[in-house]
Ligand binder design. Structure first.
Ligand SMILES: [Zn+2]
Length: 106
């Protein structure tokens, strides 16, 4: 949680353990900072999550395009965990990561 809290707000340490500098870059009319901590938590951080999702979407698009170009086909499928108002998130998360396959069918 500390990494998440520090993401984009705290200066990162260099290889030598010393705090590096924050730099502002401008590329193609877009400004961005470097030298800040990055949590890389794709599930909880809105900034890192957006970056990770964009990168994965691009990877999937390239993979699906290559598959289709070679004569294959692809479908988008989303799996969800059945839940209700009274279910605890921690318990549902634990069960969804420890079970494989579809053990809770309707
Ligand atoms: Zn982050």
């Amino acid at each position: 949680m500390n990494r998440l809290r520090a993401c984009g707000r705290v200066m990162a340490q260099g290889q030598d353990g010393k705090v590096d500098r924050v730099r502002i870059h401008v590329r193609e009319g877009v400004a961005y900072a470097s030298g800040l901590c990055v949590c890389a938590n794709g599930w909880l951080c809105p900034v890192c999550g957006a970056k990770i999702r964009a990168k994965r979407a691009n990877e999937i698009a390239i993979g699906v395009a290559n598959l289709i170009m070679s004569g294959g086909s692809a479908w988008m499928v989303t799996f969800t965990v059945r839940h209700a108002k009274g279910h605890a998130l921690a318990e549902r998360s634990k069960r969804s990561t420890t079970h494989s396959g579809n053990s809770e069918t309707a």
